[in-house]
Design a protein around this ligand. Structure first.
Ligand code: 5GP
Ligand code: ZN
Length: 136
């Protein structure tokens, strides 16, 4: 399904032009208009899923296949020395466009970007409590 008034539905399905790097039946990969680095790209499913929670498992697998293909091209043709895959879900996590997308951010020496977090220092009990909550 496509969603009315969703900009990424329109871009993914070619109703709004974009700098397309790759396209198949399921996905379009485009250059981000506000790139973190040279070659920052977005993998967009052509169907509308707001986020990872809505994304079907099979589509999630296929996203990684596209990411793998693009990663090799970015390394070989742009000469990036590293690559971050970033995928935000929810306002709090920094999602601003509510159509699932995977960021591919090629990394270069001195690109001036920092994608990361401040490491915590949890007690063993806390780790165990979380493990119990999440492990089956
Ligand atoms: P989010 O913050 O939701 O994870 O990422 C949204 C991304 O989409 C941002 O990096 C932003 O620059 C990009 N973006 C927003 N609108 C457009 C658009 O119309 N075209 C393209 N190519 N990128 C967009
Ligand atoms: Zn959409």
């Amino acid at each position: 399904m496509k969603k009315d008034n969703c900009i990424f539905c329109k871009i993914a399905n070619g109703e709004i032009p974009s700098k397309t790097l790759y396209e198949d039946e399921e996905f379009r990969v485009i250059l981000d208009l506000g790139p973190a680095t040279r070659g920052h790209a977005l993998i967009l499913p052509k169907e509308h899923y707001a986020d990872l929670y809505e994304l079907p498992e099979e589509t999630a697998c296929d996203v990684m296949k596209v990411a793998k293909k693009m990663a090799v091209k970015m390394r070989d043709r742009l000469g990036c020395e590293g690559l971050n895959l970033v995928q935000n879900n929810g306002d709090l996590a920094g999602q601003t466009v509510f159509h699932f997308h995977m960021h591919m951010i090629p990394r270069y020496a001195a690109d001036g970007q920092k994608i990361g977090w401040k490491p915590g220092e949890p007690e063993e009990e806390e780790l165990e409590e979380i493990r119990k909550a999440l492990a089956d």
